[in-house]
Design a protein around this ligand. Sequence first.
Ligand SMILES: [Zn+2]
Length: 192
Amino acid sequence: MLRWFALPFTFAATFALAWPLVAPLGALAAVTVATLVLAAALLVVEQRWPNRPDWKPADRLLTEDLLHGVLGFLPGNVGGSVLAALLFSSVGARSDLWPHGWPAALQVALGLVLFEFGSYWQHRLVHEVPWLWRLHQVHHTPRRLVLLKSTRIHALDLGSAAFVSMAPLCLLGADADTLAWVTLVTNVNALV
Ligand SMILES: [Zn+2]
């Protein structure tokens, strides 16, 4: 029973944390804080109640994962998103094709569909094109599925994924709040 509610509870708790922070901090900072708190909480939960007893990360592997996070995950994730925003936000502002009049939840839903469309094709390409697979295969080396294993990804791999996922939203002129909430949903999904 607990397993059925774990995912919706995690989404609800993370959004409940981020929501009151939007007014004082802005959407992007609120989403960043909520994501970091969720990651820290999941690390604690994972240590306390691992899915399998032998999946607790060893110290050496933990250091490797942290290095992957600093050298690959963070620069790739932030770099790809920021590059898409820098290149395409002004185009989006001029085209203004985004349905700003829609309710916020529907705008986020549309953003997620577009985001996942880019994400799907990037992921499919890195699996099917041999030289891209060489870049991506490090992401599939872990044998134990613990949270920090998600950091095992090449910066160019994650950077291109973030770029092609965010580019359509920026090109259409989605506002910063929508981009932030789409990012939070995808962050929770990725962490869990
Ligand atoms: Zn893959």
